[in-house]
Design a protein around this ligand. Structure first.
Ligand code: NAD
Ligand code: DAU
Length: 334
């Protein structure tokens, strides 16, 4: 069992939910959050936990001197820090290569130097996409076939982790999760963008034909799966995380509109994302059978309702990012 873990990217969406999860369920574990507080990081996400066995270090995962000071005190690293948004990567891939590829390299070297267990958070997007009429789902044996600059950067980082395990014997695991939803997600992402558009009286935006499928999982279920893999996963292995939540974007859009009392066609069709992956789908059999993991949030509509309520109740949290984000999107359309 681990007593002192380093969580990179713990002020972002998935990372901060993980910090809350561990603090709630394993309060004896000390957590150090290392985060650069980019546009996507917000210290407020974990501020209620600071000094309750959670400490914060402001810094960059590419900073070797900082890693030399911070990493040795810990018995595990859980690595969430990343540039995470596909639309941003299409406009400017450079920060994605720096943080996702080089940053992971720097952390792996620090973990190797101080022999620290390493869990790498990755994405189902490393496997590319599936056709809408293909009954297949991704498994741990699916070939790597990333199709976007973001997913290529994550695939590269996965491969670095795999090679540090094989070559140096570093104790590693990787999790590849599908699309998360829940509180604290940046308003650039699909679900929060549409909820906050409705609140602000803007028309929600649907890319392409709206038939692209994502496999939604609640971020708390992602957290419990990561904890299971960190503490009980086999070294050198990858585990896929998903909760049978396949839905196309049009269905999710209509569910948001319906829940928020809007007509089901009160949205705008907009230009498609270049290279837009068609469908993701996860087969999480390995995680379920080997580690006995089960998702708790199996009712997507109920989870979505709670998420909408969170954005209605926490407008001070997202409002500072909203105008800037919509401005970025408008610039991309030009
Ligand atoms: P996010 O963009 O909300 O948060 C990223 C966090 O990393 C921010 O707090 C940011 O400040 C920090 N960060 C960025 N660059 C950094 C650097 N150089 N040094 C230190 N900190 C840095 O992202 P997210 O959606 O929470 O995703 C977190 C991880 O989970 C990523 O690795 C992502 O690939 C993976 N993931 C996300 C999802 C999802 O649906 N959101 C699904 C599967 C996997
Ligand atoms: O699959 C896991 C991945 O899920 C993670 O690795 C990424 O970090 C995370 O951002 C997410 O990637 P997506 O590109 O699938 O998420 P996004 O929220 O950007 O978009 C979800 C779907 O909604 C996608 O098909 C594009 C579409 N979309 C998105 C936006 C922002 C719209 O139709 N309209 C929009 O305004």
């Amino acid at each position: 069992m681990f007593s002192n873990i380093l969580v990179t990217g713990g002020c972002g969406f998935v990372g901060s939910n993980f910090v809350h999860y561990v603090h709630r369920n394993h309060p004896e574990v000390h957590i150090t959050v290392l985060d650069a507080l980019t546009y996507a990081g917000n210290l407020e996400n974990i501020s209620s936990l600071l000094s309750h066995n959670v400490d914060f270090v402001h810094g960059d995962i590419c900073d070797d001197e900082l890693l030399d000071r911070v990493v040795p005190e810990h018995d595990a690293i859980v690595h969430f820090a990343a540039e995470s948004h596909n639309d941003n990567a299409i406009v400017d891939p450079a920060p994605f290569i720096r943080t996702n590829v080089e940053g992971t390299f720097h952390l792996l070297e620090a973990a190797r130097m101080y022999d620290v267990r390493f869990h790498h958070i990755s994405t189902d997007e490393v496997y590319g996409d599936l056709a809408l009429d293909d009954p297949a789902r991704f498994t741990e044996h699916s070939p790597y076939r990333p199709s976007s600059p973001y997913s290529a950067s994550k695939a590269s980082s996965d491969m670095l982790v795999q090679s540090w395990h094989r070559t140096y014997g570093l104790r590693t695991t990787i999790s590849n999760c599908s699309n998360n939803y829940g509180p604290y997600q940046h308003v650039e992402k699909f679900i929060p963008r549409q909820i906050t558009n409705v609140i602000d009286g803007l028309r929600p935006k649907l890319y392409g034909d709206g038939l692209n499928v994502r496999d939604w999982v609640h971020t708390d279920d992602h957290s419990s799966a990561v904890w299971a893999i960190l503490t009980r996963g086999r070294s050198g292995e990858s585990y896929l995380i998903g909760a049978n939540g396949e839905r196309n974007n049009l269905t999710v859009m209509r569910a948001i509109l319906c829940e928020m009392g809007q007509p089901e066609d009160a949205f705008e069709w907009v230009k498609d994302r270049p290279g837009h992956d068609r469908r993701y789908a996860i087969d999480a059999t390995k995680l379920r059978t080997e580690l006995k993991w089960k998702p708790m949030h199996t009712n997507f509509e109920a989870g979505l309702r709670e998420t909408i309520r969170w954005y209605i109740d926490n407008q001070q949290w997202w409002r500072p990012s909203k105008a800037v984000t919509e401005q970025k999107y408008r610039a991309q359309c030009r």
